[in-house]
Design a protein around this ligand. Structure first.
Ligand SMILES: [Ca+2]
Ligand SMILES: [Ca+2]
Length: 453
């Protein structure tokens, strides 16, 4: 048996009371920093919006389908602290980037220095960097690398092991922008295309764009006379058959400012583009401001970024844009007795807010009366829900999807006893006057007879 406490031990002494009162009344600001510190120590840095550090490796990937073609590649990836032996905890999208004509990958440090800390893996093939590059081989290299690097997710020997989220975008600048268009047309596993002043290539990137239906974002500089918009970026953009494509024209922007200083690019631009009115830093910042939310939306499912991007597109004085996208809340129309959603990638029909089993197609044959909505996704997991549509089928009082004599009996039951189950008032009230009576039952018979003929 446990000893009973002495009477005095059941009540607090005055001193104890005072102490506990004081404890309770300790101002929260004294404990807040401790709590905050504990929170910071237990939450991954990414959730706090703190940037990652950058790890780097160089690797020659081999494409066995092209006679073991070697593809020397620089890969940058997010790490925690100084630990570059493994990728940071989490899973990250992949960006494969094609360099410009006679430009080295190192001219694009502005891009990896921005995107990798923000939680992206970036890969830069160094092939086709000479004076007579093959655009199609470069495009194939970019397409091949997206698959080869995604595969490292499963390779325990790779520092990227377990670190990819399965989504890839191809990117590129100038010739590499054109090659990224070629790459996108070659590889079905690419999720998004983002090109900076893409150039027309041989074979034609403009022609290849006619086969591209994935989300695409094309940047151009309005003062780019190396690859003028009218003959390069605009025709590529216009040829894309994507249901979500965006064109951003940086006002006063040039061709080379998408990258850091590069002698060959600057040499090429010096004799042409004369009306550049922004600085390199401004052009790069503008590019990041639009590319980042766009990539975050499509590759990381950061759903709020879509509205933020559209706000910026509509209001930024630094750019002009063309924006064509089906991404929005879906709408329901009624055709015959079907409910039909505006086009999307996936569909789930809801009745009174609850998912209807197996109702996952663009059109849906409703049986029960009630408020229907459709919830859709487009190119990622971000979901959009329609306004509710009240669906009823006149005459189908017992809501079994057909109008027949049972509906007359069900309406009679409701008329006599004030209830029936199953029963849909709106269906039974054929003349829609708010009451169920013999006129509705006659109307049901008429519907039944008309159908039968
Ligand atoms: Ca019925
Ligand atoms: Ca009625």
């Amino acid at each position: 048996m446990l000893p009973l406490p002495l009477k005095g031990q059941l009540t607090k002494t005055y001193q104890e009371e005072k102490t506990s009162m004081r404890f309770k009344k300790t101002p929260p600001f004294i404990y807040m920093p401790v709590l905050l510190l504990a929170f910071i120590l237990t939450v991954p840095s990414s959730l706090l919006g703190q940037p990652y550090s950058t790890g780097h490796f160089q690797h020659t990937f081999i494409d066995p389908e092209r006679d073991d073609r070697p593809i020397l590649t620089e890969v940058y990836y997010p790490i925690n602290g100084n630990d570059d032996k493994q990728i940071a905890e989490g899973s990250f999208p992949l960006l494969v980037f094609g360099h410009g004509f006679v430009m080295t990958w190192s001219a694009y440090e502005n891009l990896w220095a921005h995107f990798v800390p923000h939680g992206y893996i970036m890969a830069f093939p160094r092939t086709e960097s000479g004076f007579s590059p093959s655009h199609i081989d470069f495009g194939r290299d970019i397409a091949f690398l997206t698959g080869a690097i995604q595969a490292l997710h499963e390779d325990p020997a790779s520092v990227l092991f377990g670190g990819l989220n399965g989504r890839s975008a191809v990117m590129g600048h100038s010739m590499g922008g054109g090659a990224s268009v070629l790459a996108t047309a070659l590889n079905e596993n690419i999720d998004a295309l983002l090109a900076l002043a893409p150039a027309e290539t041989s074979p034609s990137a403009i022609a290849a764009a006619e086969n591209i239906g994935i989300p695409s974002l094309i940047f151009a500089g309005s003062s780019d006379d190396v690859t003028p918009e009218e003959t390069h970026q605009l025709p590529i953009y216009e040829a894309l058959v994507s249901d979500s494509k965006t064109y951003v024209r940086i006002l006063g922007g040039g061709h080379c400012y998408f990258a850091n200083y590069n002698f060959n690019c600057s040499f090429g631009e010096a004799g042409s583009s004369g009306n550049i009115t922004v600085t390199r830093e401004e052009q790069q910042e503008t590019t990041e401001d639009f590319a980042t939310p766009w990539l975050d939306y499509f590759l990381k499912d950061d759903c709020d970024e879509w509205l933020r991007l559209q706000d910026s597109l509509a209001t930024s004085p630094r750019i002009e844009s063309i924006h064509q996208s089906i991404i929005s809340d879906p709408q329901i129309t009624t055709e015959e007795e079907m409910l039909v959603s505006t086009p999307a990638n996936t569909y789930q029909w809801l009745l009174n807010g609850e998912p209807v089993e197996e109702a996952v197609n663009q059109s849906f044959y409703p049986i029960l009366c009630g408020h229907y909505q459709v919830k859709v996704t487009y190119h990622n997991l971000c979901a959009y829900v329609s306004e509710p549509t009240f669906f009823y089928r006149p005459g189908d009082a017992n809501t079994d999807g057909i109008v027949d004599v049972l509906d007359v009996l069900t309406s009679m039951e409701y008329f006599l006893y004030g209830e029936a189950d199953p029963f849909c008032f709106e269906n039974a009230d054929v003349d829609q006057n708010g009451i169920i009576d013999v006129l509705d039952m006659i109307a049901i018979v008429n519907i039944y007879m008309e159908r039968g003929q």
